[in-house]
Design a protein around this ligand. Structure first.
Ligand SMILES: Nc1ncnc2c1ncn2[C@@H]1O[C@H](COP(=O)(O)OP(=O)(O)OP(=O)(O)O)[C@@H](O)[C@H]1O
Length: 629
């Protein structure tokens, strides 16, 4: 018996009866007509036929699935009789199933056959997904559009460059001029310097300069994480280059782009002469290889590194390294990739040295410089001791200055502590649960609890949390691009003014009652944020799930990772035993403009002055590049 699988159910008509399927070449005899009691005629077939039935998956489309069973096994004259007194096909079929079983010996076999078919189709789907493994693009990482500086802004920024910044700016401009005059040179430069030396400031200026020189949109700008990308009005690397990289940094296999996807990418990159990547310390060597491979393909230039595109890398190797599971540091070629060209070694070094963020606070600059290379003295340490958080009033109150922690757990604990404080002060706290459903099942999920097949990691659910506790006054961060023209982008922070419930509710009674919230985004205004629905793969190959939820997280605290690239006036920074990575203490402390704006929560001497005060491997690499220059 042969079964066809329709992705869309076909219309069943005369053509659907496959008369050729059985003994097609038998001699044909005239068909017999019989007269029914209502005087209509019915033809009796001379040869058996295969009836093609569309296959529905019970879990994702129960109504169609049971209706198709009714049609196949229930005797009926008129389709309107099928449901009888029942409201749904499922109820009608299940009510009749037992009696159908008695009169139709094949039912059991057929239902078993359906189950087997369903599993086969699920497998086919699973393999199709592998064959068409296009990189997954999640909604909350949408590109934040870039607005070029106006003439005044551009001139002002140009004039305020320090000597080191000016030198780099000139170097890039000179190379563009050479390339426009036909020179084959392509820049591959790593721009570095400690935290706050103005790398991002320069990046923005160089981006505008490149576009001005070419008089077109000739540069793409990206960073590893969505939050870092937002700071430079760029996109994530995986979005820019369609890399199959998951949000948690894990790398999956990369297949070449093909068909329409490749055509669109080539169009998007047609004008691009430069690729700028910020926060390169978090990128792995493996990802650098993917960038090279992808650019060669997009630019249809297989024989040139990075497809002949100029590559400008910005970052500080002594800040955050890549997440361990994503690969080796960007400067370290893994053994199994040798003896291929060491891509990182194609880059030359340009270093900025003047701290612009902590300008005017030389003591703090000295401490940060010493911490960066693992040379913190006891005197530096005792100055930091003096910043330990003692009184939590004014700017450093529990719900005021941002708390910066190494782990998500600490961030969650702090957010909960603030909510509790609000609760104790009489504020009403609402627990909002996400509305989850399976929208396209590729396996039978009849008896499966939806909660068990939804990924727990918020990064795999499009940034939408399973549960959120909020109150009026809560500080929240948007996890999705709502309206980029209004500044409502992933990472925007504001305070909840009002909770707006659907259907006259005053709290969430059903999963569908996810409220909207009115948020004050300070200079970006007050906006009503509605729940957002995002689809993503369910666990265990169950198909596609959908979560509808407010795209928000509480934001009185942040992880150190999410603070990369940011500058704040006030912060309470955790420097205790839970710091787990070299460079973390340096990264966290260097966000704050001055010692005055800094308070420290817990100070673990070993973490700052112990055996591993900084990333020695990265320091060695930096020295190697300096010596080579
Ligand atoms: N030439 C400049 N004129 C005025 N302000 C500047 C200049 N360079 C940098 N700044 C300011 O100094 C602060 C730090 O700069 P920036 O964020 O660019 O440093 P960074 O090197 O990228 O730091 P990090 O490595 O921590 O991300 C910012 O507030 C930035 O606007």
């Amino acid at each position: 018996m042969a079964y066809n699988h329709y992705t869309k159910p076909p219309v069943i008509n005369e053509e659907s009866i496959d008369t050729d399927a059985y003994a097609p070449h038998e001699q044909t005899t005239r068909r017999r007509l019989i007269t029914l009691t209502d005087n209509t005629k019915m033809t009796i077939r001379n040869t058996p036929a295969v009836v093609r039935v569309p296959n529905f998956v019970a879990a994702s489309d129960p109504e169609s699935y049971y209706y198709s069973l009714l049609i196949q096994y229930m005797p009926y004259r008129n389709e309107t009789e099928l449901l009888g007194e029942f409201n749904s096909a499922r109820d009608a079929f299940l009510a009749n199933e037992e009696s159908l079983r008695q009169t139709n010996a094949y039912l059991e076999i057929y239902r078993e056959r359906d189950r087997q078919l369903e599993n086969t189709f699920a497998q086919v789907h699973a393999f199709q997904i592998l064959e068409h493994a296009e990189p997954m693009e999640l909604d909350h990482e949408e590109e934040v559009p870039y607005l070029p500086m106006n003439e005044d802004q551009f001139l002002q920024a140009k004039q305020s460059m320090n000597a080191g910044q000016k030198e780099i700016f000139t170097l890039v401009t000179q190379s563009i001029q050479n390339q426009m005059s036909g020179a084959e040179e392509r820049l591959k430069i790593f721009f570095t310097g400690g935290a706050g030396v103005g790398k991002t400031f320069l990046l923005k200026l160089i981006r505008d300069q490149i576009n001005r020189c070419y008089a077109k949109d000739a540069v793409k700008v990206c960073s590893l994480t969505g939050v870092a990308a937002r700071l430079i009005n760029g996109a994530t690397i995986h979005c820019t280059l369609k890399l199959p990289v998951q949000k948690d940094g894990r790398i999956t296999g990369m297949s070449p782009l093909s068909g329409n996807y490749l055509r669109i990418m080539r169009q998007q990159w047609h004008q691009t002469e430069f690729l700028i990547v910020d926060e390169i310390s978090m990128v792995s060597y493996q990802m650098l290889c993917m960038m090279d491979a992808r650019l060669r393909q997009i630019k249809n230039c297989e024989n040139e590194f990075f497809g002949g595109v100029n590559i400008l890398l910005f970052g500080d190797l002594l800040q955050l390294p890549p997440i361990k599971r994503s690969g080796t540091p960007v400067f370290k070629q893994p053994e199994h990739l040798q003896p291929a060209t060491h891509l990182w070694r194609l880059f030359t070094l340009c270093e900025l040295t003047v701290n612009m963020r902590q300008q005017g606070d030389q003591t703090f600059i000295d401490i940060l410089n010493a911490l960066r290379v693992g040379e913190l003295t006891t005197q530096h340490f005792s100055i930091l001791m003096g910043r330990l958080l003692q009184d939590t009033s004014d700017e450093f109150a529990i719900d005021k200055a941002l708390r910066v922690y190494p782990t998500n757990q600490q961030v969650n604990d702090h957010n909960s502590a603030v909510l509790n404080l609000y609760r104790n002060n009489g504020a009403r706290i609402y627990k909002i649960k996400a509305q989850d459903q399976l929208v396209h099942a590729t396996r039978n999920a009849d008896n499966v609890d939806i909660a068990t097949i939804i990924p727990a990691d918020i990064n795999k659910t499009g940034g939408l949390p399973a549960e959120l506790e909020i109150s009026v006054g809560a500080k929240v961060m948007l996890r999705s691009n709502i309206d980029v023209s209004k500044g409502l982008v992933n990472g925007a922070i504001g305070y909840i003014n009002e909770i707006v419930w659907p259907q006259f509710r005053r709290t969430q009674m059903y999963a569908t009652d996810v409220p909207s919230v009115r948020i004050d985004f300070a200079r970006d205004g007050v906006h009503l944020i509605h729940p957002k629905a995002i689809q993503f793969p369910a666990k265990y190959n169950y198909g596609t799930a959908e979560r509808r939820m407010l795209p928000l997280i509480l934001s009185w605290a942040s992880t150190i990772h999410k603070m990369q690239g940011s500058t704040v006036d006030h912060a309470v920074v955790y420097l205790g035993a839970k710091l787990f990575e070299e460079g973390q203490a340096y990264m966290a402390l260097s966000r704050v403009r001055s010692l005055q704006g800094l308070r420290i929560e817990k100070l673990d001497c070993d973490k700052l002055t112990g055996k591993k005060p900084c990333n020695n491997e990265a320091l060695n690499e930096l020295n190697r590049m300096r010596n080579k220059n």
